[in-house]
Ligand binder design. Structure first.
Ligand SMILES: [Zn+2]
Length: 92
């Protein structure tokens, strides 16, 4: 994940999730970080996801670089989908 794309580009939710741990490590390059922040500005769901992720890290301990448990990530993705499904059509 070290492609140095100089132009900010729209980021999809799965891409954002993929870069999340790198973002939290502060290890994104400028272009990816800009795209990540731009996505967060447009996607409340991912802001919520980021919050949940941080809470999970706080609950489970530190998150080592490049040492994310795929099971944890899968669980978070499921929780994210459930959350999105649960608020379909509902006001906050
Ligand atoms: Zn998103």
């Amino acid at each position: 994940m070290t492609s140095s794309d100089p132009t900010p580009r729209p980021m999809s939710c799965p891409e954002m999730v993929e870069l999340l741990t790198t973002y939290l490590d502060g290890a994104l390059d400028d272009a990816d970080r800009a795209a990540f922040d731009a996505h967060l500005a447009l996607c409340p769901g991912c802001v919520r996801y980021l919050d949940q992720y941080r809470e999970t890290i706080a609950a489970t301990g530190t998150l080592a670089e490049s040492d994310v448990d795929p099971g944890v990530l899968a669980a978070l993705l499921r929780a994210f989908r459930d959350w999105r499904a649960s608020r379909s059509g509902g006001a906050v």
